[in-house]
Design a protein. Structure first.
Length: 294
């Protein structure tokens, strides 16, 4: 099934977090769906956000070799200023004995346009020129997706489906019209991904009113091979599962890639208007996000 988009997406093990302070609660109970013992919901307090940051640390730093601030390294947490303004989508396995830190098996970070504009903008603006896209769609609400992680033993269809159930339900709840966010290829040499990047350039590039460019001083050319030299099957096979999955949903790719030296990745921008999501997926998850709802 094409829903296998995050099947082996970046992830790790959780660590023990500080005890929760009830005064630090950010959101109430907000369960978007369940499959068996797994449920997807928003993080309810700073303790759960801390646990998600510990998962991200093991993925991005220990697994992928990212370089982060010394204090974050000491704390063994992937932390940045956006964590304080984002909602954090979780997949929790209630069958695991122990505290919530032991039960979080997947996470996504969600940032709505209204929140971003009140707090300095979107994370992706450090790499891509998002402003013209937003200006062309003043009647639409955008949401940024980022920091996706799933524990290795949970890189299965069920976990993937719940993450997208959560994204879809959250988007509907907040009247989101389009999603976007950075997706990464491993390493800082785009030429090592010439086949996949060239396929994206020739077959999935954003068009017209959805066009987005990499920042000029960071832009790396994705057109590394002529279209006639590309074997589509091989190109798709060479793509990270997350990127391939976004394409199956109906996403487009921004113009130009960006090398992120700190995170040891080559990034592309995913643009996914709600209206472009394949009907088979809307039918699967439910037009009201009811597929896995309680």
């Amino acid at each position: 099934m094409a829903i296998e988009l995050l099947n082996r997406t970046l992830t790790s093990e959780t660590k023990q977090a500080p005890a929760a302070d009830p005064a630090n609660s950010r959101v109430g109970s907000d369960v978007f769906g369940r499959i068996g013992t797994l449920e997807t919901r928003l993080a309810r307090n700073l303790r759960e956000i801390d646990a998600a940051q510990a998962v991200r640390y093991r993925v991005f730093v220990e697994e992928m070799g990212a370089t982060i601030e010394p204090e974050a390294m000491r704390l063994r947490r992937d932390i940045d200023s956006y964590d304080a303004i984002c909602d954090h989508l979780l997949v929790v396995d209630n069958a695991i004995d122990g505290e919530i830190e032991d039960q979080i098996v997947g996470t996504y970070r969600l940032l709505r346009q209204s929140v971003a504009e009140a707090n300095g903008g979107f994370y992706s603006t450090s790499e891509f020129d998002i402003a013209p896209l937003l200006a062309r769609h003043p009647d639409k609400q955008f949401m940024e997706l980022g920091r996706s992680c799933v524990l290795p033993e949970y890189r299965t269809k069920r976990t993937v489906e719940l993450l997208w159930q959560g994204n879809w339900a959250y988007a509907l709840k907040h009247g989101v019209n389009a999603m976007f966010g950075c997706a990464s290829f491993p390493g800082v040499r785009p030429e090592e991904h010439a086949l996949a990047l060239s396929f994206l350039h020739h077959n999935a590039l954003v068009k017209d009113e959805w066009m987005v460019h990499a920042l000029p001083d960071l832009n790396r050319n994705m057109d590394l091979m002529p279209a006639e030299a590309i074997n589509p099957r091989q190109a798709l096979s060479a793509m990270p599962p997350l990127v391939k999955g976004y394409l199956r949903l109906g996403a487009m790719i921004g113009m130009g890639a960006v090398v992120d030296q700190a995170f040891n990745t080559t990034d592309v921008l995913i643009v996914l208007p709600i209206a472009s999501i394949s009907g088979r997926y809307i039918n699967y998850f439910g037009a009201d996000a009811g597929r896995f709802a309680n």
